[in-house]
Design a protein around this ligand. Structure first.
Ligand SMILES: Cc1cc2nc3c(=O)[nH]c(=O)nc-3n(C[C@H](O)[C@H](O)[C@H](O)COP(=O)(O)OP(=O)(O)OC[C@H]3O[C@@H](n4cnc5c(N)ncnc54)[C@H](O)[C@@H]3O)c2cc1C
Length: 507
C-alpha cells in the first residue's frame, strides 16, 4: 500500500489522536498509525480526571493549571456524555492544614474563571460524613470540597477516533512505524510501517510527519537521528479498583499528602472505587507496565487510614499502571518534580515531535502541534476549529441522562439488542456490558482482538479483571463469527487474552 497524505501522525494515544483530529478537521488529508491498539499505552491508564491539577498549583505552575482548566471547560461542552462534574473532598484530621488547602483551592477556583465547575467550600464534620459515608470519623475535624472533571479515557479516545474517521481521516491500529523515508536533502517525507494483523508492509508519504509516541518518543526520534540527546523519564502510576462499598455516594476522596508525600485519589468510577496513583521510576519503556506488590501494599495501607472498612489484596478487582512520558534534559529519578506541560520540537530533518502534557490538555497540545506542522510542511494555512468541535460518539453509562440526549452509542447498542435479543445478554453478570457492545466494537470501533474489546472499547478488564478473564471464551466466540475468523484464531485469541489479563488480577 502506497499513499500520499498531508499529515502522518504516529502514535494512537490521546496526543496522536488529538493531532490527527485537529489536522483532519482543518481539512488536511491525514493518516494515523498506531503500533498496538488505540489507547493501549498511557492513554487508557489515567486516573480518569479532567482537571487543572491541584498538585501543579502547589508546584507553582499557574500557567499549566490555567490552561488545563480552560480545556476542562471545553471538554465538558464538547463531550458532555463522556465528561462529568465531580465533587472531591479533602478530609481534615488536623485543624492546621485546612486554611492552606482552602486558600489553594480558592486560587484554583479563581483560575478557572467562567469555566468554574462550582466553588470550593469548607464543610463541617457532618457534611463530610454525609457525602463520604464510609470515611473514618475518629479524629475527623472538617473538610474542604472542590469540583473537578471526570471521564472515561478510552471512550473519549474512541469518540475522537470515530469523529476523525467520519471527517475522512484514515486510522490503522497494529501498524508500527519502523523507518522514516527521507528526501535527497534529508527531510522526512514519509514512513515505512508493518501491519502485524495482516502481516503486510505499507509505505506512506506526506508533507509532514508528527511523532506522538509518548514514552517511546526517544526511541522514535532515534529513527530520525541515532545520536539524539533527548531523554524521557518513564514514571509509573498505578491504580487499584475496588467494589463500590468502600466508597459509597457520588463524591471522590482526595488525600493531599500520603505518608511519602504523594497525592492519592479514591474516585467513584463506573460504579466501582478507583484508587491511585503512585509515582515511581519505571526501568522499562513499555505499553504494559505492571503494578508492583510494594505499590499495592502502599495503596491498601493508605486507603485503610481513610476507609472505615479495611481493604485487603483479596478485595482488589483490578490493578493497572501507566507510564508518564516526562521529558527531562537529564535522567533525574525524582519524577514527582518534573512538570507535565508539553513540549514541541522540530528536528533538522523536519520531524515534528510532541511530548509531555496530560489527557486534559490534549486538544491544546494538538492545536499547537498542527500550527507548527503547517509551517514545517508548508501546508495551506487553515485555522483550528477543535475548541468548538463536538465529540458526539461513544458514550458509556457514566452519565445516562446526557447519553439519552446525545443518543449515539447508547441508542445504537439498544437498537442492536432489539434486533437480536441474544445480544442483550450480559458479557458477565459482574460486568455492566452486553454482547451488543462486542458486536458494535468490531463493526464500528476498529476492534480486532479480545483485549481491544474488553480493555478499551468496554472497560471490563479495568473494572473486574477476573470477570473479564472469565468472559474471554464468550467474547472470543462472538468475535470469531462477527469478524469471520477461524477456530484457530479464536483459540489463540482466548489464550493470549487470558495470559495478558493475569497482570491485572491481584491474587
Ligand atoms: C498513571 C497516570 C495517570 C494519569 N492520570 C491523568 C488524569 O487523570 N488526567 C489527565 O489529564 N492526565 C493524566 N495522565 C496523563 C495522560 O494520561 C498522558 O499525558 C496521556 O495519556 C499521554 O498520551 P500520549 O498519546 O502522549 O501517550 P500514549 O497514550 O502512551 O500513546 C503513545 C502511543 O504511541 C504508540 N507508538 C509508539 N511507538 C510507535 C511506533 N513506532 N509506531 C506506531 N505507534 C507507536 C504507542 O503504542 C502508544 O499507543 C496520567 C498519566 C499516568 C501515567
Amino acid at each position: 500500500m502506497k499513499e500520499e497524505y498531508d499529515v502522518i501522525v504516529v502514535g494512537g494515544g490521546a496526543t496522536g489522536l488529538g493531532c490527527a483530529l485537529d489536522a483532519a478537521s482543518r481539512g488536511y488529508k491525514t493518516i494515523l498509525l498506531e503500533k498496538d491498539d488505540f489507547g493501549k499505552g498511557t492513554s487508557s491508564k489515567s486516573t480518569k480526571l479532567i482537571h487543572g491539577g491541584v498538585r501543579y498549583l502547589e508546584q507553582g505552575n499557574v500557567f499549566l493549571v490555567r490552561e488545563a482548566l480552560l480545556e476542562r471547560k471545553r471538554l465538558l461542552q464538547n463531550a458532555p456524555h463522556l465528561v462529568s462534574n465531580l465533587t472531591f473532598i479533602i478530609p481534615n484530621y488536623t485543624t492546621l492544614l485546612g486554611p492552606y488547602y482552602y486558600t489553594g483551592l480558592k486560587v484554583y477556583d479563581m483560575l478557572s474563571g467562567k469555566g468554574s465547575f462550582g466553588p470550593s467550600r469548607y464543610l463541617n464534620k457532618d457534611e463530610v460524613v454525609n457525602r463520604l459515608p464510609n470515611i473514618v470519623t475518629d479524629g475527623l475535624k472538617n473538610g474542604i470540597s472542590y469540583q473537578d472533571g471526570q471521564f472515561d479515557d478510552t471512550r473519549l479516545l474512541i469518540s475522537m477516533l470515530c469523529t476523525f474517521t467520519e471527517m475522512g481521516g484514515v486510522a490503522f491500529n497494529y501498524t508500527k512505524v519502523n523507518e522514516l523515508i527521507k528526501s535527497n536533502s534529508g527531510d522526512v517525507v514519509g514512513v515505512k510501517c508493518h501491519n502485524r494483523l495482516q502481516n503486510e508492509d505499507y509505505e506512506f508519504r506526506s508533507k509532514v510527519v508528527i511523532n506522538a509516541t509518548g514514552v517511546f518518543t526517544e526511541q522514535f526520534q532515534k529513527l530520525d537521528n541515532p545520536n539524539i540527546s533527548i531523554a524521557v523519564t518513564p514514571s509509573r502510576g498505578s491504580h487499584l479498583v475496588f467494589n463500590r462499598k468502600f466508597l459509597e455516594g457520588d463524591t471522590a476522596l482526595m488525600i493531599p499528602k500520603t505518608s511519602d508525600g504523594r497525592i492519592l485519589f479514591a474516585v467513584p468510577w463506573h460504579d466501582h472505587t478507583l484508587v491511585g496513583t503512585t509515582d515511581s521510576y519505571n526501568e522499562e519503556i513499555t505499553n504494559d507496565p505492571v503494578v508492583t506488590d510494594e505499590e499495592i501494599d502502599f495503596m491498601i495501607k493508605t486507603a485503610n487510614v481513610y476507609f472505615q472498612q479495611d481493604t485487603s489484596r483479596s478485595d482488589i478487582l483490578s490493578s493497572f499502571a501507566g507510564l508518564r512520558p516526562l521529558v527531562t534534559k537529564s535522567n533525574t529519578l525524582d519524577t514527582k518534580s518534573i512538570s507535565r506541560s508539553h513540549a514541541i520540537s522540530v528536528s533538522p530533518s523536519k520531524l515534528v515531535n510532541i511530548t509531555g502534557g496530560k489527557w486534559t490538555t490534549y486538544r491544546k497540545m494538538a492545536e499547537d502541534t498542527i500550527d507548527e506542522a503547517i509551517t514545517v510542511g508548508n501546508l495551506k494555512k487553515q485555522i483550528c476549529i477543535t475548541s468548538q468541535l463536538k465529540l458526539n460518539h461513544g458514550g458509556t453509562h457514566i452519565n445516562e441522562k446526557r447519553l439519552k440526549i446525545y443518543g449515539g452509542y447508547a441508542g445504537q447498542i439498544q437498537a442492536l439488542e432489539e434486533t437480536d435479543p441474544k445480544l442483550a445478554a450480559k458479557i458477565h453478570n459482574e460486568l455492566p456490558y452486553t454482547m451488543a457492545q462486542v458486536v458494535w466494537a468490531c463493526d464500528n470501533e476498529i476492534a480486532h482482538t479480545i483485549e481491544d474489546v474488553l480493555a478499551r472499547r468496554t472497560r471490563a478488564l479495568f473494572l473486574n479483571a477476573k470477570a473479564a478473564y472469565d468472559s474471554a471464551e464468550k467474547v472470543g466466540t462472538l468475535m470469531q463469527s462477527v469478524l469471520g475468523k477461524s477456530d484457530e484464531w479464536r483459540e489463540k485469541e482466548i489464550n493470549t487474552f487470558k495470559a495478558f489479563a493475569q497482570d491485572y488480577i491481584v491474587d
